[in-house]
Design a protein around this ligand. Structure first.
Ligand code: SF4
Length: 305
């Protein structure tokens, strides 16, 4: 299985070439809203889950044939910073291309000084932080037993003091879980110490890992955006122009498949040879355009025309 996917249209990054640093689904958390499914290997152990040499060889090959990539994004099928070669991978990507490197991380390992150093050469770090109190952290993110909200926050604040690139902090708001006044006040005071370049509010608009992880209304999100101030935005739906042909081709293939019978994201992924993250982005866009809809049957999520 290739560890490079895309470029995929991303709401935040334009056209993003994804790099999987860990296989499905190695993560230190098991978030209730995770769109790629339940964590099957919950761990804080950093090791070379995917070989650094394999990643770089595949990336070099893809870069020769792909154009107009806005970011190379370390993300994928779990928490990328669990790969112990994260630092070397970033450094070597920067030797072969001038395309900016972004890292999407849940920030739980940032208390590790080695990881802080590893991320310094990245152009953009996109950490997430959904709760300040241990109770909310456990409810929303279901972390490994050893992880403490307090240490994650301290790691993030310390990292922000030494890091020279951009930080876009994502907060995933889940109805009834982390949208109370007390939690939002606590989040705001931590955000002030992190001083991110952007605060990006999200809510589970794509099918979450747990059905009961509910979306906040647009009006509530707008109020919270005002509460966080100028640097805060609600992550908008992808609407960048260009690459329409590419997008259209993939959309058409997915629509043709779905018109035969209702299918799951996994079915689409294996039938069309697309990475699960690509599938999620495309079906999200198709749902937004009301070309397909979601149906839950016996606990599984199916897409239908
Ligand atoms: S949302 Fe991210 S951090 Fe949370 S379980 Fe999924 S991959 Fe891990």
């Amino acid at each position: 299985m290739s560890c490079i996917f895309g470029p995929v249209p991303s709401r935040r990054l334009g056209f993003s070439l994804g790099v999987d640093l860990v296989p499905f689904k190695v993560c230190s958390l098991d978030c209730i809203y995770c769109q790629i499914g339940k964590t099957t290997c919950k761990t804080v152990e950093r090791k070379e889950y995917v070989s650094c040499e394999k990643i770089l060889a595949e990336l070099e090959k893809v870069l020769k044939s792909s154009k107009n990539i806005d970011y190379i994004t370390l993300s994928g099928s779990g928490e990328p910073t669990l790969n112990s070669k994260t630092g070397e991978i970033i450094r070597r990507i920067k030797e072969i291309t001038s395309i900016p490197v972004a890292v999407i991380t849940n920030a739980t390992l940032l208390s590790d000084d080695m990881l802080k150093k590893d991320l310094l050469p990245a152009d953009l770090v996109m950490p997430s932080l959904d709760g300040v109190t241990q109770a909310v952290f456990e409810k929303a993110n279901r972390p490994c037993a050893s992880l403490k909200a307090e240490e994650t926050i301290k790691g993030l604040i310390d990292f922000s003091k030494v890091y020279k690139g951009k930080i876009w902090l994502e907060i995933m708001l889940v109805k009834g879980i982390n949208d109370t006044e007390a939690e939002l006040n606590a989040l705001k005071s931590v955000v002030k110490q992190i001083k991110p370049d952007k605060i990006q509010l999200n809510t589970p608009v794509r099918p979450p890992s747990e059905e009961w992880a509910k979306t906040l209304s647009a009006s509530k999100l707008a109020k919270i955006k005002d509460f966080f101030g100028d640097k805060c935005e609600i992550i908008a739906t992808f609407n960048k122009k260009g690459h329409k042909a590419y997008l259209k081709n993939v959309e058409d293939e997915i629509l043709t498949l779905i018109s035969r019978r209702p299918v799951t994201s996994d079915d689409i992924s294996s039938s069309l040879g697309l990475h699960i993250n690509e599938v999620i982005k495309y079906v999200g866009e198709l749902e937004r355009q009301k070309k397909i809809s979601l149906k839950i049957y016996q606990g599984k999520r199916y897409f239908q025309r």
